[in-house]
Design a protein around this ligand. Structure first.
Ligand code: ADP
Ligand code: MG
Ligand code: MG
Length: 465
């Protein structure tokens, strides 16, 4: 492991409640030495813990990874210690989860709003246009989804300029990492239980993270609401067959819940067959997570429309809830606002330009943002409508130990907190509406994008302050 000066651990420990009691230069040197030893020990322990508890991902360096099960795994990239996070903002983010769940459900019922808001986007964005086609077909036949399941994740950053918690985006499809994020919290708790005393960090300040359990529970409850019991062994024996390749086919087996772990990116639809499958599932009575409407509510364009004045009021009655949501909305603009396009060209570093895409790596920043806006303005038609502009959020940077591929290094980082929300509704009955754990992602502050899978960020958890 690369030797590091371990300033990150020292800086965190020093600012914690129980400092190291450093009084003289000799004591400081001794404390520094102790820190180095503690960090080295923790990195090794953490790497072993990851292997033992399945905090692992596919290893890109191993060619058989992803094709041969159980081969080519490496520990997920992680922060060695949880990131400090003010308890008041943590509480605020948690309180927002059920309100956003509710908002998604209400907006999803307003088909006209979704179609209208995205009508100009559809002219220039083929992917969104295909999703809207499916949605329009469902509207034509007045398709109703009695049972609606949402497994969402609303992401936030702490803006240092305004000292406020601001929403980055709301994910309504394929919200990633409920499984690994729960494990990272557990890893940090284990490390602090062993070393917290010398570091002056209390493991009890890491909030419980039940993301994996809650999401699994919501999926199983959706299955229960569907109310279609599984076949008995006798029925399987009578109706089932095993194909030459080993597949068990049970005649007429009903699928109750369709969970989409893919389908959010154009790459997931390499041919018309995938679009036909998406339409087929949408036409079925199976519970879709997400339904086409929930999926569309999660687009950046709808995020921007909902931030306009008087739009939330169309969907929610509770004034307090509306105020809470609005408080976390950053500046969001459609590109038909000429003033803001001009401002963004002049000061590109204050903005992020976003297309209607998911999964990280799609946003445009700085000089590229400037060039893109100038080019789009010159193009005929609705080219600008494929994007939205967002206020750039500037979280305060702090020193962190990052562990990637068994190597520990120190860098200045910023963090993004995601709060999971699970929602299940059957007609008028809200079966579940929960805050369901969290995901902290920490990235080197010089990197614009934040994806863990994309290699930009590491998994992290939080330590309440
Ligand atoms: P995606 O759906 O692809 O995840 P996001 O809106 O979450 O799209 O943007 C990807 C990443 O870009 C975020 O994780 C964050 O690191 C960064 N980002 C997005 N919006 C902003 C913003 N307004 N200010 C600062 N960084 C941002
Ligand atoms: Mg997203
Ligand atoms: Mg995101």
């Amino acid at each position: 492991l690369a030797p590091t000066p371990h300033r990150a651990v020292a800086s965190r420990a020093m600012s914690a409640e129980a400092p190291l009691g450093v009084t003289t230069p000799a004591a400081a040197a001794a404390a520094e030495e102790e820190m180095v030893a503690v960090v080295d020990e923790m990195v090794e322990e953490a790497a072993v813990w990851c292997a033992v508890h399945g905090l692992v991902v596919g290893d890109r360096a191993e060619p058989r990874s992803g094709t041969v099960p159980g081969v080519g795994l490496v520990h997920a990239p992680f922060a060695l210690l949880p990131t400090r996070f003010p308890a008041s903002f943590w509480k605020q983010a948690c309180e927002l989860a059920p309100i956003f769940n509710d908002l998604v459900d209400r907006v999803s019922l307003d088909g006209e709003f979704l179609q209208d808001s995205l009508s100009r986007t559809r002219q220039v964005d083929d992917f969104t246009s295909r999703l809207l086609d499916i949605h329009a077909k469902m509207m034509e036949v007045n398709k109703e989804e009695d049972i609606r399941l949402g497994l969402h994740r609303s992401d936030y950053m702490l803006d240092s300029e305004t000292n406020s918690l601001l929403q980055i985006e709301l994910n309504t499809i394929s919200s990633s990492f409920p499984g690994l994020s729960s494990l990272v919290s557990e890893l940090h708790r284990t490390l602090l239980n062993r070393h917290g005393k010398v570091l002056g960090l209390d493991s009890k300040r890491i909030p419980q993270n039940w993301a994996a359990t809650h999401f699994a529970e919501a999926l199983s409850m959706a299955w229960t609401e569907f109310n279609n019991k599984r076949k008995t062994l006798a029925q399987v024996e009578a109706e089932g067959q095993v194909l030459p390749d080993g597949t068990l086919v049970v005649d007429g087996q009903t699928v109750s819940v369709v969970y989409f772990r893919a389908g959010y990116s154009p790459n997931d639809y390499p041919s018309e067959a995938e679009w036909r499958a998406r339409l087929l599932m949408e036409q079925s009575s199976a519970i879709k997570c997400p339904s086409i409407s929930y999926h569309l509510v999660g687009t950046k364009k709808i995020q921007q429309e909902l931030a306009k004045p008087n739009i939330l009021e169309r969907f929610l009655d509770n004034k307090d809830d509306i105020a809470k949501l609005r408080k976390c909305f950053a500046g969001l603009w459609s590109l038909d606002n000429e003033g803001i396009v001009k401002a963004a060209i002049e000061k590109p570093d204050l903005f992020v330009l976003k297309p209607q895409r998911e999964g990280g790596g799609n946003n445009i920043y700085g000089h590229d943002l400037q060039e893109t806006l100038v080019r789009l303005q010159k193009e005929q038609g609705e080219a600008l409508a494929a994007y939205i502009l967002m206020q750039r959020i500037f979280p305060r940077a702090s020193l962190t130990h990052l562990v990637q591929g068994g190597v520990c290094f120190e860098d200045l980082t910023i963090s993004e907190l995601g709060i999971y929300g699970a929602y299940l509704r059957n007609k008028d009955k809200v079966v579940m509406n929960n805050q369901s754990g969290y995901l902290m992602r920490t990235k080197v502050s010089s990197s614009n994008e934040g994806g863990v899978a994309a290699g930009f960020a590491v998994l992290d958890s939080i330590l309440l302050t």
